[in-house]
Design a protein around this ligand. Structure first.
Ligand code: SF4
Ligand code: SF4
Length: 186
C-alpha cells in the first residue's frame, strides 16, 4: 500500500497567502482615516428612541401624569420601581406620594414605558449619570419628575379616559358621534 505524499508547495503557498492577507488588512486599516470619537468632547447624537435615564412627565395642564397604578412596577423584570399611591382630596385623582427607581438595577429594557397607560414614565437618550456611590443611583420622585410632557407633549390621559364633569358623562376629545342603530346610512 502506497501513501500519497503531502503537496508541500500547495501548503506553503496557502500559508504565504494567509500571512500576506493578514498584513494587507493591517496596512489598509493603518492607512485609513481614524474613526475614533473623542468622548466627552464629542457626543454622538443618539436616536430619539435610545433608552437611557427615566423621567416622570406631566400632562399639558401641568399635572403629574402618573396615577400610581403600579403597572410599571409590576412589569419591571428587575423590580427596581416602587411607589405609594394616594388620592387628591379635591377630585379623587390618584398620584404617587413617593416614587422610586433604583437605576443600579435597571436594565433599560423599556417595559415600564410600554406598560404605562398615562405615558407618564418615559426613557430618554440621556446616559450621562454615572455615580461613585451605588446608593446615589436610587432616584426619588423629585429627581424623576420633569415639567414637560417628554415625547408626547399633547397627551392628557384624563381627557382621553373620559373626565366626569359636573355629573355629565365624560368623553374622549376625539370621540365620534354614537352610531344611529335605526339608520341604514353609513
Ligand atoms: S427600563 Fe426595564 S428594568 Fe428599568 S425600570 Fe423600566 S422596566 Fe424596570
Ligand atoms: S408611571 Fe405609569 S405605569 Fe407607573 S404607576 Fe405611574 S401611571 Fe402607572
Amino acid at each position: 500500500m502506497t501513501r500519497n505524499k503531502p503537496n508541500i508547495w500547495k501548503y506553503s503557498l496557502s500559508a504565504v497567502k494567509g500571512i500576506y492577507d493578514a498584513y494587507a488588512v493591517s496596512m489598509i486599516n493603518f492607512l485609513r482615516k481614524p474613526v475614533t470619537e473623542e468622548y466627552p468632547e464629542y457626543k454622538r447624537p443618539l436616536p430619539e428612541r435610545s433608552r437611557g435615564r427615566i423621567i416622570l412627565t406631566r400632562d399639558p395642564d401641568g399635572d403629574e401624569r402618573c396615577v400610581a397604578c403600579y403597572l410599571c412596577s409590576a412589569v419591571c423584570p428587575t423590580s427596581c420601581i416602587s411607589m405609594e399611591s394616594a388620592e387628591r382630596e379635591e377630585d379623587g385623582r390618584r398620584f404617587a406620594i413617593w416614587f422610586r427607581i433604583n437605576f443600579a438595577r435597571c436594565i433599560y429594557c423599556g417595559q415600564c414605558e410600554e406598560a404605562c397607560p398615562t405615558l407618564a414614565i418615559q426613557l430618554t437618550p440621556d446616559y450621562e449619570f454615572c455615580q461613585y456611590e451605588v446608593l446615589d443611583f436610587v432616584y426619588e420622585k423629585e429627581d424623576l419628575l420633569v415639567d414637560h410632557g417628554g415625547r408626547h407633549p399633547d397627551y392628557n390621559f384624563y381627557r382621553h379616559a373620559g373626565v366626569t364633569e359636573k355629573g355629565d358623562k365624560g368623553a374622549h376629545p376625539d370621540e365620534e358621534e354614537p352610531v344611529n342603530l335605526k339608520s341604514n346610512m353609513p
